[in-house]
Structure formats: structure tokens, C-alpha cells
Design a protein around this ligand. Sequence first.
Ligand code: FMN
Ligand code: FE2
Ligand code: FE2
Length: 398
Amino acid sequence: MRPVEIKEGVFWLGAVDWNRRNFHGYSKAHKGTTYNNFLIVDEKVTLIDTVAEEFWGTLQCNIAQVLGDRKIDYVVANHLEPDHAGCLAKVVEKYQPEKIFTSPMGQKAMKAHFKYEDWPVEVTPTGTELSIGKRTLSFLETRMLHWPDSMLTYCPEEKLVFSNDAFGQNWATSERWADEVDRYRLEELMANYYANIVLPYSPVVLKTLATIKEMGLEIETICPDHGLMFRGDDCAWAIEKYLEFAEQKPKNKAVIVYDTMWHSTEKMAEAIACGLADEGVSVRLMCMKNNHHSDVMAEVFDAAAVIVGSPTHNNGILPLMADMLTYMKGLRPQNKIGSAVGSFGWSGECVKILTKWLEDMNMEVVEGIKNQYVPDHEVFNKCYEQGKAIAAAIKAKL
Ligand SMILES: Cc1cc2nc3c(=O)[nH]c(=O)nc-3n(C[C@H](O)[C@H](O)[C@H](O)COP(=O)(O)O)c2cc1C
Ligand SMILES: [Fe+2]
Ligand SMILES: [Fe+2]
């Protein structure tokens, strides 16, 4: 895609990664992604972030289209992850910027990552103001949102914030603005990105949003480094969504995530789903053989209850469930009810192991159900009633 002038003298550059499906090696980007970066043409020509290394050609081409022979004076690195800093070393080598601005932790990461000797790095802790001519850039550290080095760059004259990964979505499109695409899809992809990348840092999101409010920053444009940008009233909408995501208020929804060898656990899970659905709870039944852990997480994110199921396998649980639980625990979901279910043959450790995972995630545990070998009607009834009991716990929580 060609550069887009988003405000007079401020350009979206970026690269659209239409074919990307594996995002960062562990999550699914079903609709591809974009690496947005920006160029401000002022007395000091300033490049904000770069793109993934494989798009170095695109970046050079975009810069040339906007600048012709003019040089880049400043580079701002809001985040050192390779999807945004992947071309940083090449940019430094080719354009020889006068200065590179980054957060205090960014400087450390830059040293460790790029092993540079003589880059003209300048550290910009929160509150630093930098004049680039007609415009000012001010910096806000967002440490651990979602890397130690992450920061936001705000331009008061344009009422514009370069938010890096915050507010991003994985969506390769020809459109650049949130108001040009379907709102429901946008929200879904924004939530998916949040659930899989930002979720553990929700307290930092809340703190950052509070700081932005306290500082009275006027925001008319939000430019994230992935996906669509927000302008006008959409900025308030995006901030409101992030507040909602970070608060993790549960919805009237349950996710049953399980794996099974001979379908006994699966049948028990289905009976629990019936009990929940009959009480008006929206249920997602997700078998790990057919769902990627990042898609499950996108559903778990706003659910009030998570029911985990596995048969006992070699005195443990099935490996795809171990994968799911490892992933889920790392993302630290809050305010959830948890319960376990599983079929077993002889030693029967499954429910105990699953329940331990739920406790480790501080979930409010509803005692689980295990059954030897194939469940009969009596067991199905028990599971159905378990669904109803979990529904009652959800109602009490909402
Ligand atoms: C390879 C294998 C290992 C198993 N290991 C155990 C075990 O260590 N302890 C146990 O109680 N059951 C064990 N089982 C029995 C299963 O837990 C039992 O068949 C259960 O009903 C399967 O539930 P499912 O239909 O949901 O797969 C094992 C089964 C298989 C095939
Ligand atoms: Fe990142
Ligand atoms: Fe990113």
C-alpha cells in the first residue's frame, strides 16, 4: 500500500502483511496483520518506528515516495520488538539519523538486541518534550505494555498519539481508518489482540489510561502499530473499549475447553454445556483438536466461567490441554469461575490436576466431576446439574 497523509505533513507508511497467519510464533492472525509506521515531515524529519525486517524494501520505497532526497533527522523507537524495530539497524545504517529517541528501558533493550557501539541514542523518560519544528513530541513510558521498553509518543499540535501495540488489531486491509471497516469485526479483532498479547498487563493499561486523563491529553487521532487507525469520535470509542477490556468484567458466557481420546470427557462436557445453556448462559464448546489456543483465549477473555476437561492420560492430562493451560495461565485472566471434568480408567488424576491449574489462576473453583470410563445417564444428569450450578454461580457474579 502507498503512503497515506493522515494529517498535513504526517504520513502513514507501514507494510501490509497479507499472508501472515502465525503471529509472533504462537498466536493466530487469521486475517493477516499490518506493521504501521509513520513519518512526520517538519524541520526535523522524524520517523516513528519501523516495520518487520522482511519489509525493508517496502519501507525504503515508502520513505522515498514521501521524502524524495530529503533526509531523516530523527527516529523514535516506541518498542523494540522485531515487528517494529526489525528495520532499525538498516535505517540507522542507510539514513544516518542525527538522533534516535527511545525509553530508558528501550536503550537497554537496544544495546542488548542490536549490540550497537555508536548509535546516537537519546533517552526520553516520561515527560520529555522534543521540538521537531512546528511540532512537539512528548513521550509517555508504558513499561510492560507489553515489553519493558514500550512507550507512547504524543504530538499535542496534531492531538495525535502513536500508541505502538496498544489499540492494535491483526487485520491486513486496504483501508487505514476504523471508520472505513465493519465495526463488529474491528472490535472482535481488537479484543482478540488484547486477549492474546495485552491481557496480563491490564493493570498497566488502567494506569496509562488514568495518566492520559490526568494529563488532560486531547486525542483526536490514535495511530497503533497494527491494523486500523482511529480518528474523531472513534478515539473515545477505542479508549472506552480498552478500559472495558482491562477491567475484565465477566459476561454471561462460559467456555468449555477440553480434549478427549474416546469421547467420554467430550460427552460429559456437552452435558455441562446443556445445563449452562438451559439457564440462559451463552456457551462455547471448544475441543483442542479443532481450536488453536489463541482462538480459545479470545473466547475465554470475556467469559465468566471456564470449564476445563481432559481424561486421565499416563497419570496426567492430555498434552493439548497442558498446552492450553500453560498458555492461559501466562495471560493471567481475572475474575473467572473455574471447574474441571474428565473421564478416567484406573488412577484418575485428571480432575485433581485440572483443578490445581484453576486454583493457580485464582479462579473461583466449583468442584469438578470425574467418571470412570464411559458415562451413563446418571453421570450425564450430574454433569447437566453441574452446568446449572455453574450458571447460578455466574448469575451471582454478574
Ligand atoms: C495411552 C493411555 C493412557 C492412559 N492413562 C491413564 C492413566 O494413567 N490413568 C487413568 O486413570 N486412566 C488412563 N487412561 C484411561 C482413560 O483415562 C480412559 O479410557 C478414559 O475413559 C478416556 O476418556 P476419553 O473418552 O474422554 O478419552 C489411559 C488411556 C490411554 C489410551
Ligand atoms: Fe509488541
Ligand atoms: Fe507489535
